[in-house]
Design a protein around this ligand. Sequence first.
Ligand code: PBG
Length: 314
Amino acid sequence: MTHPLPSPTRPLRIGTRGSPLALWQAHEVRRCLMAAHDLPMDAFDVVVIKVTGDMIQDRALKDIGGKGLFTREIEEALLDGGIDIAVHSVKDMPTQQPAGLTLNCYLPRQDVRDAFVSPGVAALADLPRGATVGSSSLRRRAQLALKRPDLNLVEFRGNVQTRMKKLEDGVAVATFLAMAGLNRLEMSHVARHAVAPEDMLPAVAQGAIGIERRDNDAPVIALLDAIHCTPTGQRVTAERAFLAELDGSCETPIAALAILEGDQIWLRGEILRPDGSQSLADDIRGPIAEGPELGRTLAKRLKSRAPAGFFDWH
Ligand SMILES: NCc1[nH]cc(CCC(=O)O)c1CC(=O)O
């Protein structure tokens, strides 16, 4: 039998950020690879890489600026051979990978919904008038502001534990987190409920774990083939095509969700003004194979409907 790893003499190096969620995801990829190829745990090394986005905790992400705050250092390690694959939350990934790298392997997608998290309020609909809600997500803030202009929205960064502490300290009465992350960390008990996508359309690729690799790395391609989830790839690819077509307007809050129905793919997309004063949303359906084209078409349709000034914030 040929050895499935690129090198029989050293472990395959899996690069990841160091947050508890990122580590869980890297270990999940290791578990999947071990099972698919009947390999022992020590055939893999999980290598933690520090990224800019994790080192700066005291500023809003949109003020640090630049794309790939959570990926640049990891991609550099991949390009220079320090790691063999990189595990990411696809939600945090730019639509374009640097020259030499490919992102097209996805684990089965988890819950795509946002969770309503609050020590004192049972449901999103029960938030009292003027309540203070914490979120660092431009999308969640815009979607909330659109529905509930009365709410007081404040910046809220940090990992799940930090955010829970802020809620206990009364910095805000509620926040939102991805159900997928809470489930993975066995923290779903902090969710009062999952918000239906009809009420809060999720971020592009929310709930999806992706594995990035060097182009043309044949042994790694063969290794990853065995764990790739085709339906997840089809959905995420359509959503990311929608996002890519809108990327020119980089600070616009964007949401999208694709669902497969037989041989068809249904895609809903939304763009908002950050203050929630306007939202444009629509959906499109077609053959699964045309997912990326459908994503681009939907994005162009929304862009063409945007009134003058929709994309200008500065
Ligand atoms: N932006 C941070 C981030 N990136 C991915 C997830 C959750 C896991 C996922 O969506 O796969 C989170 C945390 C959150 O939004 O609550």
